[in-house]
Design a protein around this ligand. Sequence first.
Ligand SMILES: [Mg+2]
Ligand SMILES: [Zn+2]
Length: 187
Amino acid sequence: MPSRPLFLDRDGVINQRLRGDYVRHPDEFVFEENALAALRLLAGWFCPIVVVTNQAGIDKGLMTHDDVRAVHEKMLAETERAGGRIDAVYYCPHRPDEGCSCRKPAPGMAHQAQRDFPYIAFRDAWMVGDSLSDMQMGHALGMRTALILGKDEDADALEHFPVTGRFASLWAFAGYCQAKLFQNFPA
Ligand SMILES: [Mg+2]
Ligand SMILES: [Zn+2]
C-alpha cells in the first residue's frame, strides 16, 4: 500500500494564528478547536505527517530559533499526549527579501522532508494550509491541496485558485478523509 504523506501548515491550521504577529512563546500557542482530535484521526491514515511553517520572525529579530523550538516542543508533546503524531517539523527562518529556497511557496521544506523520508511521493501527498503560499507550493509539486478557510488577507487571491478541497478546519478535513476511506481513499 502506498504511503499517504501529509504536509501541514502550522499557524491557522494546527494552532490559532496571530494576525500580523508571530507565536513567540509556548503560552501563545493555542490549538485550533478539535485540532488535536483531528491529528489523532489523521495519524491512522497518513505517514509521514510533517509540519512546514514559515517563521520569518526569526530573521526579523523578533524571536529566536530557541523560541520556535520551544513552541514546537509544546506542539509535539500535546499532540503525542492526545494520541496524534507529527513525524517532523520544518521551519523557514528567512525574511521574504532574503530569497531563500525554503520559504513557502518555494518547495525547499518539502524537498527536505523527501530527503528525510525517501518514500515520500508528492503525487500521493496532501498539503493542508490556510495561505496562498501553501496552496501554491502543494499545487506546484503535484500534491492534493486542502485550503483551510479563514485567512481573510489571502481570500481574494485564493477565490479561483485550483485547490482540491476547501474546509472550515483541520477537523473538517479529517472528516472528509474519514468519509473517503470508505470509498477507497485516496483514489
Ligand atoms: Mg498558516
Ligand atoms: Zn527559508
